[in-house]
Design a binder for this molecule. Structure first.
Ligand code: ADE
Length: 231
């Protein structure tokens, strides 16, 4: 891959990348600032998608069409669903799915997109393998590979957590990954999502999110750095 996108939803999630890229050229499209530059000797595009699935989808399609990127690494924070995950720990997406896609009233299982061949979007095996190796090197014992769930909701209750685990088998929950994943799948572009846990998506999630987003973003950034070194 000669040109890769390194993206996150919020400022905290991309600010380290922004400060580490050189030869930067900025372009604004659809209100999103795309920063083309060099990072660890690689040609990259860094941007903040904004929060939620629509922002992430639009940004991903622009990255592919306008910037010709060949792979996408998403870095950021998430709420933990797997009880073995603690704040600061990491998740590497094996796949992503939209937990708020709900056409159960018409008989479709939760999370299934009607009339589509696919609703669970696989991450690129090579990127996942590199990410797993990076995780073992930097955060041994604090990394899980699994299904990332995305939806336009901040999850903050134990009931919701139990439900997302039981019904959809997610390891963490966030608001963009599956959207990036679906657009990548539609365009046959490889992706991986990296998420560090800012909270446990429970009754304390809003407090933990405020306190730990910076730390978690930093951990996720360290993974990106290690992964890009190996590309
Ligand atoms: N991102 C970080 N924590 C989250 C949560 N609890 N729900 C959705 N997205 C998140």
């Amino acid at each position: 891959w000669t040109k890769i996108a390194l993206i996150g939803a919020m400022n905290e999630e991309i600010e380290r990348l922004v400060s580490h890229i050189s030869d930067v050229r900025e372009t604004v499209k659809a209100g999103i600032t795309f920063r083309e530059g060099t990072y660890l000797g690689k040609q990259v595009v860094v941007c903040r998608t904004g929060v939620g699935k629509v922002n992430a989808a639009v940004t991903t399609q622009i990255l592919i069409d306008t910037f010709g990127i060949e792979a996408i690494i998403f870095t950021g924070v998430a709420g933990a669903l797997d009880p073995e995950l603690n704040i600061g720990d990491l998740v590497i997406s094996s796949e992503c799915m939209q937990h708020d896609m709900d056409v159960t009233a018409l008989g479709f299982p939760r999370g299934i997109i009607p009339y589509e061949a696919n609703s669970v979007f696989q991450a690129d095996p090579a990127l996942v393998e590199i990410a797993v190796a990076a995780g073992e090197k930097l955060f041994a014992g604090k990394v899980k590979k699994g299904r990332v769930l995305s939806g336009d909701q901040f999850i903050a209750s134990r009931e919701a957590v139990a439900n997302l685990r039981l019904e959809l088998d997610g390891v963490c929950v966030e608001m963009e990954g599956a959207s990036v994943a679906q657009v990548c799948s539609m365009n046959a572009v490889p992706y991986v999502v990296l998420r560090s846990m800012s909270d446990k998506a429970d009754g304390s999630a809003h407090v933990n999110f405020a306190e730990f987003t910076v730390l978690a973003s930093e951990n996720s950034y360290k993974m990106v750095e290690e992964i890009v070194k190996q590309l």
